[in-house]
Design a protein around this ligand. Structure first.
Ligand code: FES
Length: 69
């Protein structure tokens, strides 16, 4: 992702923006944001700690799905 700099999104699980983007490209079920989130979570374990990052990750995934994929 060139126009965004990489940054840590999920501090609990040390998942960066780049990790989320990469997992999304490998995701099997891009039916909707919820399914994509489940796939990304399976791969990265993001949002399995405090859960504080959940909304931010959902936003990032929807942006990636609808603007860049
Ligand atoms: S910051 Fe992602 S689970 Fe806590």
């Amino acid at each position: 992702m060139s126009r965004h700099e990489n940054r840590m999104i999920c501090n609990c699980k040390q998942v960066s923006l780049y990790d989320i983007e990469k997992a999304l490209h490998e995701a099997k079920t891009l039916v909707d944001v919820e399914h994509a989130f489940a796939d990304v979570q399976k791969q990265t374990h993001c949002s399995t700690g405090c859960g504080k990052c959940h909304d931010q990750i959902m936003d990032i995934i929807s942006q990636l799905m609808y603007n860049e994929i």
